[in-house]
Design a protein around this ligand. Structure first.
Ligand SMILES: Cc1cc2nc3c(=O)[nH]c(=O)nc-3n(C[C@H](O)[C@H](O)[C@H](O)COP(=O)(O)OP(=O)(O)OC[C@H]3O[C@@H](n4cnc5c(N)ncnc54)[C@H](O)[C@@H]3O)c2cc1C
Length: 483
């Protein structure tokens, strides 16, 4: 058996590094090793390592944030497995002067639970620590963009990819999709530019159904200037005392339960509502002490731009709870195809992700997937065959496409806007995936499935908020706890 991994973020790295050294593996990377969302993660990882914390408390916060739409059993297993995996990596995380772990606090967590590295550089520290261990049997191909999956007799047997203008086919006994999220479908996003939902689009083209696609988390505090995202401002800043203010200086979150540390969807809607009125919203960072030490990445950017202490913010696409239905071990409905990390939907996030649970999910799903695949693995790298090159075609207007997607699938949705978006996406050219307009093909495909899911769900829960729909009933907001 040989394994093909598509993507190189934390989920892919946890997968590859958990395979036995003699298992052969090819990794396709759309850009370079540095690209992806994992490296951008700032806040840290949620894990119940604090002496006052427990798996049960973390589980309860995750379920509450997910509006009880999560798969409780899997949430428990993710936290329990993550706890033991992160105990092994404890040395990576920031400590207090007394040598104990320094915990951050983020929205909707009932106590400080976020371990971090390099202050606000957790993602880049983890990606360095988890870099691919290049055993003889692993090859990493940069600038190798997967185009489609090969499905034969109902089984995934490899993928088509393109590199430097050419197209190739690569065969594998098992294919692991770890292509990350979909933030780049939207004009304002915290995500890296290649987050165009490629894995999700490939899965749909392979005949699979996606799950929970209407649940997209919008981050309430993207620092924006001149219509562009400068960078995400971690919720840890609000945990450290920063507050949201209107243009007249009044507190935006005053009177809202949870205040400045309310759940992300609540805060994102408050920020978006104010901006829809044409009014700016600012994050006031004056109360944050030792900002240069605790948030060096943000501080460097503030210094570079001579900005602050009031930073203009907007809500932008951040994390997709939905994706390819998969078990925590990555198994999907198609034999031979696995999905891990943000591209998968394991059901652990429900209708809304608890802050800093996604790096945890990436490490846990990558590791468990490798352990389950390794049982059947053997040596022999997959053969690569050249195919006819992609057909040259003009790409649709991507900024225009993003604007349309935002109008239909933004923070607050309506059936009328969704109908308009679905009609527009329906009219977009089909079969672009074999052309040079691959990114547009993936964006159109993923947005279409997401818009249909949002149209079909009239229960405004978690990150899916629709105007003129009924308040969720008790039965819709609760599920029987598994424990
Ligand atoms: C700014 C920011 C801050 C965040 N902060 C936190 C945080 O503090 N804590 C937390 O838990 N989560 C955080 N998140 C979310 C978290 O970073 C992601 O959910 C997680 O890193 C996803 O990991 P992944 O491996 O699934 O995907 P990614 O890390 O996004 O990796 C995807 C990989 O797939 C590759 N790829 C994509 N398409 C193709 C293709 N067609 N062919 C080949 N390769 C392809 C990409 O190049 C990349 O290598 C943050 C996200 C952002 C954007």
């Amino acid at each position: 058996m040989n394994v093909l991994v598509i993507g190189g973020g934390l989920a892919a790295r946890a997968f590859v590094n958990s395979l036995p050294p003699d298992v052969s593996c090819t990794v396709l990377l759309k850009n370079t090793r540095c690209s992806g969302n994992s490296r951008l993660a700032q806040g840290g990882i949620a894990v119940p390592l604090h002496p006052d914390d427990s798996v049960e408390k973390h589980w309860l916060d995750t379920m509450n944030c997910g509006a009880w739409q999560n798969d409780g059993e899997r949430v428990w297993k993710m936290i329990e497995t993550g706890l033991s995996l992160l105990k092994e990596r404890k040395h990576l995380f920031d400590e207090k002067p007394d040598g104990s772990l320094a915990f951050g606090r983020e929205g909707a967590h009932s106590l400080p639970r976020i371990v971090h590295a390099g202050g606000d550089r957790t993602g880049s520290y983890l990606m360095a620590a988890e870099d691919f261990t290049l055993e003889k049997s692993t090859r990493v191909l940069e600038h190798a963009e997967a185009e489609d999956l090969l499905i034969e007799n109902g089984r995934c047997t490899g993928a088509v990819f393109r590199s430097r203008g050419k197209r190739y086919e690569i065969r594998a006994d098992a294919v692991v999709l770890a292509t990350g999220g979909t933030g780049s479908l939207f004009p304002y996003t915290s995500n890296f530019p290649g987050s165009t939902g490629d894995g999700q689009a490939m899965a749909v083209r392979a005949g699979m159904k996606l799950q929970d696609m209407e649940y997209i988390q919008f981050h309430p505090t993207l620092w924006v200037e001149n219509g562009q995202t400068v960078q995400l401002i971690s919720e840890a800043l609000r945990g450290a005392g920063a507050v949201l203010r209107r243009a007249d200086g009044s507190r935006l979150m005053k009177g809202v339960p949870g205040g400045d540390l309310a759940a992300r969807d609540v805060t994102a809607r408050a920020v978006d509502e104010e901006r829809q009125k044409g009014q700016p919203v600012y994050l006031d960072i004056r109360s944050v002490t030792q900002i240069e030490k605790r948030f060096p990445f943000l501080y460097a950017e503030i210094q570079r731009r001579s900005s602050g202490p009031l930073l203009p913010v907007a809500a932008g696409a951040h994390f997709h709870m939905g994706g390819i239905p998969a078990s925590l071990e990555g198994a999907t409905a198609v034999p031979g195809l696995f999905a891990v990390g943000e591209t998968a939907c394991t059901g652990v996030h429900g209708a809304n992700r608890l802050a800093s649970n996604s790096l945890l999910e990436a490490i846990v799903t990558g590791t468990l997937c490798a352990e389950s695949i390794a049982e059947n693995a053997s040596c022999g790298l997959g053969g690569i065959t050249e195919l006819p090159p992609p057909i040259r075609t003009e790409s649709p207007d991507l900024p225009g496409l993003r604007r349309r997607i935002h109008e239909g699938l933004g923070v607050v949705r309506s059936n009328e806007q969704l109908d308009r978006l679905i009609e527009f996406l329906d009219s977009c050219p089909r079969s672009l995936e074999k052309t040079t307009a691959l990114a547009a093909a993936n964006m159109i495909q993923t947005a279409y499935i997401t818009a249909i899911a949002a149209k079909n769900n009239n229960v405004p829960l978690g990150a899916h908020w629709k105007e003129n729909t009924h308040e969720p009933t008790a039965a819709e907001t609760t599920a029987d706890p598994v424990f």
